[in-house]
Design a protein around this ligand. Structure first.
Ligand code: ZN
Length: 206
């Protein structure tokens, strides 16, 4: 993702969400807080770890998070005025499990939401690489993301029998690998105060 595009996105986000003007209640509802782990990296990139601002404020009072950045908007109650947090960090580090759960979402994320036979990102399904009828199991190592046409074409055959090639042999990914893949999917909404925390380690273009 190019920096210019990020900046443009941020500018769009600035004008569309959590600003002081327009429909107050609706804008307030769209002021999520980006949640960082205690090491100041996002808890999750994709889906991006976001909490509603109410949850964030509750966590502040429970002394579970520190506020890193705020929106310009304030919330008022009889006892306090407070700027809405836009970035918060957990005080206690949450250690991610080394191996993520075997879910549809994580499987697609491992395969970067693209067919492992042709690269198409549309009409994604799951393919048993070794077909079930010959004993292929439903495991990380035997399921690949495939578009519907490729899945249909392959039918109940192995890739070799079908003359089809996998981009990569399916593996059980680590949490770190999925996080890396998650970085490839920037959120639609990107507040300016989130940028430093999401993309500080992105490689700069020469
Ligand atoms: Zn395909």
């Amino acid at each position: 993702m190019f920096k210019a595009e990020l900046l443009e996105r941020a500018a769009r986000a600035r004008s569309s969400a959590c600003t002081g003007d327009g429909d107050g209640a609706r804008n307030l509802a769209s002021c999520p807080s980006l949640v960082l782990n205690a090491d100041y990296t996002p808890l999750s990139y994709y889906p991006l770890s976001l909490w509603p601002w109410q949850t964030a404020i509750k966590a502040i009072f429970l002394d579970r998070v520190v506020v890193i950045e705020t929106y310009d908007r304030e919330v008022h109650s009889p006892s306090l005025d407070m700027k809405i947090p836009s970035v918060i960090a957990l005080k206690q580090y949450v250690r991610p499990s080394e191996f993520p759960a075997f879910t549809r979402f994580n499987l697609f994320l491992r395969d970067r939401f693209s067919c492992q036979y042709c690269g198409d990102p549309h009409h994604l399904t799951f393919d048993h690489v070794v077909p079930r009828r010959v004993g292929g199991r439903t495991t990380w190592e035997n399921i690949a993301t495939a578009c519907a046409p490729c899945n249909m074409k392959k039918g109940g055959r192995t890739p070799r029998q079908a003359g089809m090639h996998l981009y990569a042999q399916p593996i059980r990914p680590t949490h770190w690998q999925l996080q890396q893949h998650g970085k490839l999917f920037p959120p639609n909404y990107l507040h300016e105060t989130w940028r430093d925390w999401l993309y500080w380690d992105i490689e700069l273009e020469a």
